[in-house]
Design a protein around this ligand. Structure first.
Ligand code: NAG
Ligand code: NAG
Ligand code: NAG
Length: 499
């Protein structure tokens, strides 16, 4: 930061100051680096120059082509995640704060990932001790027995600690089921939503927003149903058709606008990529003004399906909000998949968020709701917390961290990153997957930050196994610089004079 201040000063004295790369984070296939920071300043900075360089790959960054504003990357704070974290807070508060700070501290220069998006279930999910909603009194259409306290206090306590660390945190709340009495099954476990309860359910969601507000939380977005095309009798789920969700969303939007929540978003769909051309499009047709956009999960279809929704509704937002790891899979294969499909891939297909499922579980994927058939292979969280108080960061963590670092605000309270155009060319164009961002400054005279997240997957994994670093030319505003990307994920940035 000191060096950058000098650069800015020189910029006043001389018309052009050099664009330089000196901040680099890396996670390599062999784990020799794990979200490891390298500072090339003050002697090894890589200078952009006008002399052209020829390499087998060229990354061209065009800051005149601006795409979506980013929101953040992160995971879901399930009841189970909050339970393990709060138990750790009691047994070993140093480890608790160490984890929370490493995950969520967004401070420029901090050795931390700064996750800025968190999803929180309303009522129980498959990662809760018991199945509950916030009003389980059958037939209580006036919602007299609605209570935020139906959820365990450790959920709110943990969220309070997280929100206290990250002022940019965007909280997205979404239920796994309406109360059972609003469904044909009469139960939280599976079944279909009954349209007679459209207004009651919208009021239930408004009360949830008001409940969070009274606890001091600012809620960024609310969903109507997690995975509305899935009914499963072993854990909280519910089928809600697109036309039902549209009707609930329309009523909820009106209630929110009348009750001081006009800036809180309603996020639709919240299910797999494969139906991107179906459910979410019907939803936008039926309720064009209620929803900010649609959110996607990874369990069916492919990330390119997000293009189908984007093309149909270019003014609506795309979010990627859930995918889970499973214990037993290969660390580096997972990193490649996550970067390709979520933490580089989803933003390149318009997503403003990218997120994994459970923030924390133990080494057996516990605790899970008794009887739930989800996660037949135990689900792996972002951070594993063992009962003896030890913990470890999984491949999910490194994938999220490398992406989140690239979009963090440079200035306290300043803007978050916005995606800009990047293309890869050359003989090794297939070896590098790239996304690029600009992070603006609070003051228009300060230099914006330009960042890249790059996956080098040139490893010949399917044949001989031969990981090859790739030296690429990075082109920006007619200048270029060479950087050798190891096999793994690299996040780096530079500053460029304001346009
Ligand atoms: C980059 O330029 C600076 C001067 O602006 C110089 O001190 C530094 O040595 C250069 N870095 C490299 C790697 O050539
Ligand atoms: C803590 O528990 C984990 C998981 O059971 C185990 O692998 C580790 O060795 C334990 N560490 C200590 C210090 O007991
Ligand atoms: C960043 O600045 C550019 C140029 O002034 C502007 O077009 C863009 O909307 C800004 N983006 C954000 C996220 O502030």
């Amino acid at each position: 930061m000191y060096f950058h201040a000098v650069t800015s000063f020189l910029a006043l004295a001389a018309p052009i100051a050099a664009q330089q790369i000196y901040d680099i984070w890396s996670t390599q296939w062999d784990r020799s680096t794990l979200f490891t920071y390298t500072n090339l300043s003050p002697y090894g900075e890589l200078n952009f120059t006008s002399s052209s360089k020829s390499n087998s790959a060229t990354i061209s960054v065009d800051d005149t082509t601006l795409y979506q504003d980013m929101v953040g990357f992160g995971a879901t704070l399930t009841d189970s995640s909050a339970k393990l974290l709060s138990e750790l807070k009691s047994s070993n508060s140093d480890n608790y704060w160490s984890i929370l700070n490493y995950l969520f501290d967004p401070t420029d220069g901090a050795d931390a990932a700064g996750f800025s998006y968190i999803r929180v279930p309303i009522g129980a999910s498959d990662f809760s001790d018991t199945a509950y909603s916030l009003d389980d009194t059958s037939g209580d259409t006036s919602l007299d027995d609605f209570s935020m306290d139906a959820a365990p206090s450790y959920l709110y306590d943990t969220l309070t600690d997280i929100a206290g660390i990250n002022q940019y945190l965007k909280i997205h709340i979404v239920p796994w089921s309406p109360p059972g009495w609003m469904k044909d099954s009469g139960s939280l476990l599976g079944g279909n939503f009954l349209s007679d309860y459209t207004d009651t359910y919208a009021s239930y969601l408004l009360k949830t927003l008001q409940g969070y507000q009274s606890m001091g939380f600012s809620i960024w977005g609310i969903g109507i149903q997690n995975e509305p095309e899935n009914s499963d009798s072993t854990y909280p789920t519910c089928e809600i058709s697109a036309s039902q969700e549209a009707a609930i969303g329309t009523q909820l939007r009106s209630l929110m606008d009348d009750n001081g929540f006009s800036s809180t978003l309603i996020i639709g769909y919240e299910h797999n990529w494969n139906d991107a051309g179906g459910y979410p499009i019907t939803l936008m047709e039926d309720a064009p003004d209620a929803f900010s956009g649609a959110s996607f999960h990874c369990y069916s279809g492919s990330v390119s399906d997000q293009q189908t929704f984007e093309s149909a509704y270019p003014d609506k937002a795309v979010y990627f909000t859930e995918c889970t790891g499973e214990y037993g899979s290969d660390w580096w294969s997972d990193i490649k998949w996550y970067m390709d499909n979520i933490f580089i891939g989803a933003p390149n297909y318009w997503a403003q968020t990218g997120a994994m499922w459970n923030l924390a579980l133990d080494g057996d994927g516990q605790p899970i709701l008794s009887g739930s058939d989800s996660c037949g292979t135990p689900c792996r969280p972002v951070v594993t917390i063992n009962s003896n108080g030890t913990y470890s960061y999984n491949q999910e963590f490194y994938s999220i961290a490398q992406a989140q670092k690239a979009i963090l605000p440079k200035d306290v309270g300043g803007p978050v990153g916005q995606r800009i155009s990047s293309t890869v060319s050359g003989d090794l164009d297939w070896a590098l997957l790239v996304t690029a961002y600009v992070t603006n400054r609070s003051s228009a005279s300060d230099w914006p930050r330009y960042s890249l997240v790059v996956l080098n997957w040139d490893d010949s994994a399917s044949t001989t196994w031969n990981p090859q670093p790739v030296t690429a030319t990075i082109e920006f505003r007619g200048n270029s610089v060479a950087y050798t990307f190891p096999v793994g994920v690299t996040t780096l940035w530079w500053y460029g004079s304001p346009n």
